[in-house]
Design a binder for this molecule. Structure first.
Ligand SMILES: Cc1ncc(COP(=O)(O)O)c(C=O)c1O
Length: 422
């Protein structure tokens, strides 16, 4: 049976345009250090700057404010370092509070928590049962501490449930009070329309492998007012590359491939977004009609990524559904693959279903702080989570793929609920 890759939020296959480009590019056999003064180096630097121009036009930012990095995690660490080590912002510790949402990616949570070692306090904003930050509630909460906040970080779209946060409103609040605002846009860019300069955010990040580009390359977007903060407190020191904001010889092949991927994926998602939305809704409605127990996490949110579904059937352990689907060549993930839990599912769960009878609840991984718990759901919901995230599919295949996943999911749920998962 044809493989269905439904783990697009974790990482994406390379776009066919990228593969074509790389084949041609490798045949050119063009190599040098792009910072070298000779002709070969200059050619490569010209190519990098052309990519910077193309990417910045797509992302709505001036080319000089886009810095190539190794991916989103590096960009995130750079931002926290720029703020927390800067004597005019965080380091004087008059502003010693970092505010993040409770559902941030581990790269944000760990970066914020690292600076606790240097006297910072981290406040986590809770989300409601839809996975959304309730801005009105927050505004009143923030009034007392707003003068002490060094940075607010709220992701644009969540990697697990796909919920899109009201960053426009949060950004307005930040602008009113001159609080630096970072939004982790890793999952949002190339899936939804995005224009950095039109948004009230000061920093954003992206990672090419989330939009059909290669691993290990990304970018940091910064508003001009904060460029010097990064320069004065760069995370990586060295040869002054990337306007002295990020040292290290540029990954020019990766940058070129990312540029091709961004152009192709942004164009494609404009064409497929509405179809994903339509067929994803149909898929979710059919599931919730068939099974009263099933929960779609973030299903009632105001906005959600059009290709992401995080569902749970309480009573059936998510990794078992994942395994069943995998046996049908459908590749999904559970929260264990992408949440902050370091603990992997017990190896006993990866063995055959015949071992189910010996499965005790103590061998099921702990669910504390999964996104389901943070949204106020029970551990049963947390244990059942399965994420289906699609992408890179032609318009005429979307319906068929959702139908295929639906029928195999129904088969798996019916089979596993007869056995009794836990
Ligand atoms: C929302 C979000 N932020 C940051 C990252 C980190 O990206 P990378 O692994 O490319 O550094 C990811 C990747 O899973 C993500 O989904």
């Amino acid at each position: 049976m044809k493989k269905i890759y439904a783990d697009y939020n974790a990482s994406t296959p390379l776009h066919p345009e990228v593969i074509k480009y790389l084949h041609q590019r490798l045949d050119l056999n063009l190599w040098a250090n792009p910072n070298s003064a000779h002709q070969l180096g200059k050619m490569l630097m010209t190519a990098i700057n052309k990519c910077r121009l193309i990417c910045s036009e797509i992302l709505g930012i001036e080319a000089g404010n886009l810095i190539f990095t190794s991916g989103a995690s590096e960009g995130i660490a750079t931002i926290f370092h720029a703020i927390c080590a800067n004597k005019n912002l965080g380091r004087n510790l008059e502003k010693n509070i970092l505010v993040i949402s409770a559902i941030e990616h581990p790269a944000v949570k760990a970066s914020a928590n690292y600076y606790k070692n240097f006297g910072y306090k981290v406040i986590e904003w809770p989300v409601n049962s839809n996975g959304e930050i309730e801005i009105e509630f927050i505004k009143s909460d923030l009034d007392n501490i707003k003068d002490k906040i060094a940075l607010i970080a709220v992701m644009y779209a969540n990697n697990e449930c796909g919920v899109i946060e009201p960053i426009e409103n949060i950004g307005e609040f930040c602008q009113q009070h001159a609080i630096p605002f970072f939004s982790d846009t890793t999952q949002y860019i190339a899936k939804e329309d995005f224009n950095f300069n039109k948004l009230p955010i000061d920093f954003a990040v992206l990672s090419a492998h989330k939009f059909a580009g290669p691993l290990g390359v990304g970018a940091l977007l910064v508003k001009p007012a904060y460029k010097n903060f990064i320069k004065e407190n760069a995370l990586i020191f060295g040869g002054g590359q990337e306007f002295a904001l990020r040292a290290g010889t540029q990954n020019y092949l990766g940058i070129e491939a990312m540029c091709v991927a961004l152009s192709a994926s942004v164009e494609e998602s404009r064409q497929t977004k509405n179809l994903f939305h339509k067929f994803r809704l149909q898929f979710e409605n059919e599931l919730t009609k068939k099974y009263k127990k099933i929960v779609i996490l973030g299903g009632d949110a105001n906005r959600r990524l059009s290709q992401t579904t995080l569902l749970s059937y309480p009573g059936i352990y998510g990794p078992l559904i994942q395994q069943e689907l995998e046996s049908k060549n459908i590749f999904v993930s559970t929260s264990a693959a992408c949440s902050e839990q370091k603990e992997k599912p017990s190896p006993s769960l990866s063995s055959s279903l015949s071992s189910l009878s010996s499965l005790s609840s103590s061998s099921i991984q702990s669910t504390a702080n999964t996104i389901a718990n943070l949204m106020g759901f029970s551990d049963d919901v947390a244990r059942g989570m399965v994420r289906i995230s699609l992408g890179g599919i032609k318009e005429n295949e979307i319906d068929e793929i959702y139908q295929k996943i639906y029928s195999e999911l129904v088969y798996s749920i019916d089979k596993l609920s007869k056995i009794g998962s836990y």
